[in-house]
Design a protein around this ligand. Structure first.
Ligand code: ADP
Ligand code: MG
Length: 723
């Protein structure tokens, strides 16, 4: 059988049921998957030593003859183990491998091997636990003279992300087999030759070898660069294709005079900020053209995105479809759909929109999983009323309700609009790209799209993952907003801060406590660990610190409905303290919450901290942010300090990107960008090159007929899978 990239792993490595499951969870199914499972780093291996000279705790390489190979199970937990002994001219040492029963089968008595690992000590005896092992044809000379370790040509040994049943070592061996199998010879490079040449990037074949078995550091680096380029290039192709197709579609042309808009904004209780005005201008320009707008409105929490959405909506709903005449407030106008990620946010927007539009006598509908509402009510023109979903949908379908706000319920098949012209997506990072496209594609006339997000991200990342969107920034907060008083709290100050917080609670204010999310290679375990840290903190606060107050918790483990209930209870003041991971709802207004405590702040990105802090920004009282850092390291403290006085999240996002070490922090995961590509995003030139090349190919023909491999790849993996 010829081994190709799509050959399943079990045809080349023997897999236990456990391992199969573990590999499944790590999304490693076939040869290519594991070839693309890149090392997180390259460990410098220890010095080459003779057995006699090994000392406890040292990392070393030894060469010798292997014997006494055995497999078994540990007594208690029934974990598979392999054991063996290694002998060189100076002595013998035991070796033990957990969860790697195949080791005993891969080697035979008397084989010459190279062992690399940590010499551990137990009961006065040295042994290697889970060392890396590989066969060698001969033992290098001069080892027994341990004072002069020979030139070590294995000093770049790859270290892979592992899980309990799949060790880095196992992956290493599997890759060795793959390299021997000839599978790489069948690898075709999806990136066109010209592009590789232009940017001096290696072919995929070469890059696979260099990334897994580099001879020197530079080889590994250039291979990583190639794969990072590839990832960004593919995302760009996908987005540029989307953009190309969208731009060709027809939309309702909506043109409004400035005066009309001014009339409307005059009814607002506040003047707009400069940034809001600029965004509105850009949006109104897009809406005129007759092709769909695709715009992302990015702005910190509290920067007033809802008001911008409302003004754009007004422009739409006071416009008649072409060929129709009548009063602008009559049924049959163009319609708006406004989607929010949770019921509580959808309701909040419903209420804001009622305020914005009530003077214009424009009906507003709300549809969520739990029901439907309509404003105004027949009996009381000032209030909304509950109505049945079918009734609401009927009015949406016949055009009587121009504005429909809702959750995912909005994208269900049963929801039909008469003339849907404009879609707004709030907290857009919560929806996948596919959902965004879905929402738009189901209509004959393509609706305009405004996505909104409060998550500040670096420009290179925005250019990549939002390559199909135009960008508007709200980089200015309404006047009078004060940034919460922010304090980095050292461990010995904890008690004092709790007392200050108690004072706030006593006057009736409310408090957020945020615990970090724990990143775990095994996603199912991650959820449990995050929940644990939140539960432990809740327990501590409830029993030891704030027994007199009511504490609620939100963890990722709760069902959406349960999360919403707790959030609502907090909003309604039934809970004094809310403990949660950083997933706690971004957009919900809780004006009475004045304090946010962030635990293990060193684990968060700066931009994320800033965003969390924004949660108490809307308060009508003086807000506080207390940042607890367990690490005393000077680096951590100075990093956190740059956050204390920062006014805007975008600068912090850039700082995060520059400072972030490979594999550090969360972030990348939620954007569907690998750590490798994230590293490359520090380099604006590379991102621009990928964008330029992708754009050029799509302009040549968006179906990529000349590049069948590319076309296939884009179809297969529309790379982003967001939370
Ligand atoms: P976000 O950008 O986080 O979605 P919102 O749209 O919810 O922010 O606005 C937050 C608060 O700020 C709301 O109470 C809103 O009425 C108010 N607001 C919006 N724009 C302005 C402005 N230009 N001046 C003063 N207050 C404003
Ligand atoms: Mg909002």
């Amino acid at each position: 059988m010829t081994i190709k990239l799509d050959t399943p792993l079990e045809s080349i490595c023997r897999l236990s049921l456990f391992q199969k499951k573990a590999l499944g969870k790590m999304h490693l199914k076939n040869i290519e998957d594991i070839l693309r499972h890149f090392p997180t780093r390259y460990g410098e291996s220890g010095a080459v030593k003779a057995v006699e000279f090994l000392t406890p705790g040292e990392i070393a390489v030894v060469f010798g003859k292997i014997s006494k190979l055995k497999t078994g199970k540990t007594f208690k937990s029934r974990v598979a183990i392999s054991t063996a002994e290694l002998e060189d001219s100076t002595g013998k040492i035991k070796m033990i491998w957990f969860n790697q029963p195949y080791i005993a089968k891969m080697f035979f008595e008397g084989n010459l091997v190279r062992i690399e690992g940590k010499a551990s000590e137990r009961k006065d005896e040295l042994y290697f636990s889970n060392p890396k092992i590989e066969r060698v044809s001969q033992i290098p000379e001069g080892i027994s003279d341990s004072l002069f370790p020979g030139e070590n040509n294995h000093n770049l040994s790859p270290v892979y992300p592992e899980s309990r049943s799949i060790s880095s070592n196992w992956i290493y061996h599997c890759l060795q087999k793959i390299f021997k199998s000839g599978a790489l010879e069948t690898a075709e490079d999806p990136i066109p030759q010209e592009i590789l040449k232009k940017y001096s990037l290696p072919s995929s074949k070469t890059a696979f070898v260099w990334i897994h078995a580099p001879r020197k550091k530079e080889d590994a680096e250039i291979a990583r660069k190639r794969f990072a380029f590839e990832e960004i290039f593919f995302i760009q192709l996908d987005r540029q294709k989307e953009k190309y197709i969208t731009q060709k579609e027809k939309s309702f042309a909506i043109s409004k005079k400035d005066a009309e808009i001014k009339e409307f904004t005059k009814t607002f209780p506040f003047p707009l900020t400069g940034a809001q005005n600029k965004s509105i201008e850009a949006i109104l320009n897009d809406l005129k053209i007759g092709h769909p707008m695709s715009r992302l409105l990015e702005g910190d929490v509290g920067s007033g995105k809802t008001a911008v959405a409302a003004i754009a909506s007004l422009a739409v709903v006071t416009t008649l479809p072409p060929g129709k005449f009548g009063l602008p407030t009559q049924a049959g106008n163009l319609q708006v759909a406004y989607m929010a990620p949770t019921e509580i946010l959808a309701e909040q927007h419903f209420e804001s929109f009622i305020e914005y539009f009530s003077k214009f006598k424009l009906p507003v509908g709300l549809i969520t999983g739990s029901g439907a509402k309509k404003f105004p009510s027949k009996s009381n023109r000032e209030k909304w009323t509950k109505i049945s979903k079918p009734q609401l949908l009927k009015w949406v379908a016949n055009g009587e309700i121009p504005i429909l706000i809702g959750t995912h319920a909005l994208i269900q098949k049963t929801v039909k609009f008469k003339n849907l012209a404009f879609i707004i997506i709030d907290e857009q990072h919560r929806f996948g790209v596919k959902q965004r496209m879905q929402l738009r594609r189901k209509h004959d006339v393509a609706p305009h799209l405004l996505s909104m997000t409060a998550t500040p991200i670096p420009r290179t990342l925005a250019l990549t993952i939002f390559g199909d969107l135009d960008l508007s920034l709200l980089d200015e907060l309404p006047p009078g907003r004060q940034i919460p008083e922010t304090k980095i709290v050292l461990p010995h100050e904890r008690e004092a801060i709790y007392e200050r917080v108690r004072e706030e609670l006593k006057t009736g204010r409310q408090v957020f406590v945020i615990c970090p999310r724990i990143n775990e290679p095994d996603p199912t375990k991650e959820l449990a660990m995050n929940a644990k840290s939140v539960m432990e903190e809740t327990k501590k606060l409830q029993e030891k610190i704030f027994p007199e107050f009511k504490i609620g918790t939100i963890t990722g483990k709760l069902k959406p409905a349960e999360k919403e209930k707790t959030m609502r209870d907090f909003k309604d003041g039934k809970i004094n303290i809310l403990v949660a991971t950083s997933v706690v709802e971004v957009g919900v207004n809780v004006p009475n919450a004045t304090v946010i405590i962030i635990e293990n702040a060193e684990r968060f990105g700066l931009a994320q901290l800033h965003q969390l802090r924004g949660r108490v920004l809307r308060s009508s009282y003086k807000p506080y942010c207390f940042v607890f850092a367990d690490s005393k390291s000077q680096k951590t403290i100075s990093r956190l300090k740059s956050f204390v006085n920062a006014k805007n999240g975008f600068e912090l996002a850039e700082a995060d990107l520059q400072q972030r070490g490979a594999g550090d922090l969360a972030g990348a995961k939620q954007w569907g960008v690998s750590d490798l590509a994230m590293e490359a995003l520090k380099n604006i030139k590379m991102v621009e090159a990928a964008r330029l090349e992708a754009h050029a190919l799509i302009e040549e023909g968006f179906e990529l007929k000349k590049y069948p491999l590319l076309a296939k790849r884009i179809l297969e993996k529309t790379v982003v899978h967001m939370e």
